[in-house]
Write a protein of this length. Sequence first.
Lengths: 346, 261
Amino acid sequence: MRGDRVGARVIPSGLIVGVVLVALAFLVRGVSPAFDGLGLPDRAQDAVTLALSVIIESAPFVFLGILLSTVVQVWLPHGFLLRFLPRQPLLRRAAISLLGMFFPVCECGNVPLARGFMVGGFTVPESITFLLAAPILNPITIITTHQAFGFSDGILITRIVAGFIIANVIGWLFSRHPDPDSLLTPDFAASCARPETAGHDDHDHDHTHGRGPSRIQTSVDLFARETAVIMPALFIGSLVAALTQVFVPRSVLLELGSNPVWSVLAMMALAFIVAVCSNVDAFFVLSFGSTFMPGGIAAFLTFGAMIDVKMLALMRTTFTTRTLVQITALVALMSAAAGLLLNYVG
Amino acid sequence: MSAKRGADWSARLAEHWRGIGLSLVVVVATVWLGFTGQLGLYIHPRYFGFTLVMAAVGLVFVVASFFFSSSFVASTPAAKTTPRRLALSVVGSGVLLSIAAVAVLALPPATLTSATATQREVNSGGLDTSDAAEQAATLVGTGDYERLSVKEWVSLLAQSDDPALFADKTAKLTGFVLPDADDPDNVFYVARFVVTCCAVDAQPIGVPVYLPGWSNTYSTDEWVEVEGTFTPNPSGRAQASLAVEPTTIESVEQPSDPYVY
């Protein structure tokens, strides 16, 4: 991966290096099954398989998120999205929490997209609202949840309403923060302030003529920059999720299922560990529908869509640990409240 | 001074190529798995199309990054960090990239094993039972019980464990050997994993087989085809009330699509 510097001066040689590396990777991949039976112990082998399955499942959504983020940052005029949003902060965040309807990326793809929104002019609380609401308030999630549960037991309604409320309450709380930029990691705050990322500050269409890099070049550069941050987080988050699954017996969680309080807490813990995408988590949790009370299922679907091991690793690229602890605690408390309400009242 | 600049330069290099390198590894593996028909070891078939299209897009971006590589040094601003952080970033990127390359490109693709199955209780979930039961009912209607797979038998057994209902039916099952949790000496499951999204949510399902001393002949994780009839489970300890009494058990190759959906 390092050898490219030789070709850094002449453009086509960079391309050649790229193609050669890709071909080499294919060659390694194609030849290596010949060394089958490397003799990994079953558990280690399963941990690798589980981690890989999360990575292969999520990476396309990450790419899609980066692509949409690039469209927002580079190809749409600066502040384009902001024009359509109400100015009043509460209404504005409410509108932002519905943006997921138009960007049905999975939750892992929302992180690069939210980063793009912030560079494109969203405030920090607004992007937090988006990040929390979009995994739930998007067409794919709503359809799959409906397919899995219909309107029975109020699970779908609880998920939608709780998702909207939690995202907006947390957005409102953070909007009262005296210095929202301090919620961000220094690296990301710096890249928000960096003029050339934000691009075409005053003159929207100033891109092709002029001395700056072309839009295509900026887009490719953005891909490198975003993947440099997101992909390591995805790898580490997936590995943690896989290791927890291999070493923490799930039966421990299942025994708690029929108690109104424990079913909620156990399902939230399960959601945190398994880190399934919000688009499909309804199908996954369907299998627990007989063991767990509806409130537990609703808490799983609400909490897990917003927060899990993998998401925390991804969000850590953008927010400080302190901010994430606060967000996680707030989401957990409110999801638990929603679940308990459904168990006791619903 | 020049040492600092060197460290700074290599950190920027690492920063720039880390994401592209990891993307390259994932994209190449995805495309290769897709073309060799092994993507199903990791994700549900309904994602094949989307995953492969996005992998192709990712591949274009990866190659394009090399095409534009000449400009990155100029466009990446110097990070204001300590030399220690710079070194950490370089080493961290290198280590992560190496691990990723080995795990994703060099290790042979594999299906989940009984190690994961024992972590997750057999037949505790994963099947959309109403759907599976409907399919099972259709097949039962034809009277051709040998066409019922592990999945259908599991959903039938979940609906009823009345011995009379299963008495005259011969089951022919293919799956991997998974020892019963309560009576591992006498009972094993012919098991499969049900996948709803990707392998991470795989749930083991299986039909119990009663064969004392089975482990002398067969090993855990081995793929077998079992033929036999249902009887009340003679095992006092196993939880399943019905079990297959095998007439034949044959070792078979692992199927190319080991999971059920």
